[in-house]
Design a protein around this ligand. Structure first.
Ligand SMILES: [Zn+2]
Length: 257
């Protein structure tokens, strides 16, 4: 009889696994499945670049491990099926509040990462025992569908508008604009990389020289401020005004190549 971890993936001490491309020199062993590899490669790389570095003085990043769920010993951990990763375990121990081990900006980035991948859960948002180090595939094997392919085609990416100082920006009326702007590229992008579309627009319209990474730091805010000044907006990039957003939505048609 095949055993399963609690997310429904087959688990075994002798599970067929593969090692994903090392991220900053850190290797992860995961289930032998292309979707899982694509998802976890994207997840680990993005986390390493934008949340915090994986490589530290301690080897405390884990993938496949045949063992019970630490928070419910009667069931197998998702690590037992190669469908979970732990990042910087010593920094973010099981059961410790994420607000005491992550900054507010890091938590927003983790939330955005979890949200954009759709099929992944972050232990930091567990309702019972929080597990800030832990990321897992949260659907059964058939539920992954084309997520890996969409990652490879760069159709998935987090939407975050956080200045470098970590103070949040008013996003209340921006999400629909992101969707409208993103929708302009002939279905090639999703709402999740709307910021990337805006960065591409700012690069083409104003030669802003931004890295198209879906993250809003000081450079993107400065470019947005120039856009606001140009279109007669209020010039306060932290609080994008309707006029500037409308110009952006209109301007998307100018982005041809
Ligand atoms: Zn874990």
């Amino acid at each position: 009889m095949t055993e399963h971890s609690y997310n429904g993936w087959p688990a075994s001490p002798t599970l067929a696994t593969r090692v994903i491309t090392p991220v900053s020199g850190v290797s992860f062993r995961v289930a032998d499945n292309q979707n899982v590899e694509d998802i976890f490669t994207f997840l680990a790389q993005w986390y390493d670049t934008h949340v915090e570095a994986l490589k530290g003085s301690v080897a405390d990043d884990w993938g496949f491990a045949y063992r019970a769920n630490r928070n419910d010993p009667d069931e197998l951990s998702n690590h037992a099926s190669g469908s979970a990763l732990d990042f910087n375990a010593t920094k973010h121990p099981n059961g410790v509040a994420i607000s005491s081990t992550f900054t507010a900006a890091q938590i927003r980035k983790c939330d955005a990462l979890e949200d954009c991948l759709e099929v992944v859960a972050w232990g930091g948002n567990y309702v019972h025992t929080v597990d800030g180090m832990h990321w897992e595939i949260a659907v059964e094997p058939g539920g992954l569908q084309d997520v890996g392919a969409r990652i490879r085609q760069k159709k998935i990416g987090p939407v975050i508008w956080i200045p470098d100082d970590g103070k949040p920006v008013d996003l209340s009326n921006m999400k629909s604009q992101f969707r409208r702007a993103a929708g302009a590229e002939k279905g090639k992008v999703t709402r999740h990389n709307g910021v990337g579309v805006i960065q591409t627009y700012l690069n083409k319209r104003y030669s802003a020289g931004l890295t198209v990474d879906g993250l809003v730091g000081a450079k993107t805010l400065n470019a947005w401020g120039r856009h606001e000044a140009k279109v007669g907006g209020q010039g306060r990039p932290r609080i994008p005004d309707r006029k500037s957003l409308a110009a952006l939505a209109k301007g998307r048609f100018e982005v041809k190549s």
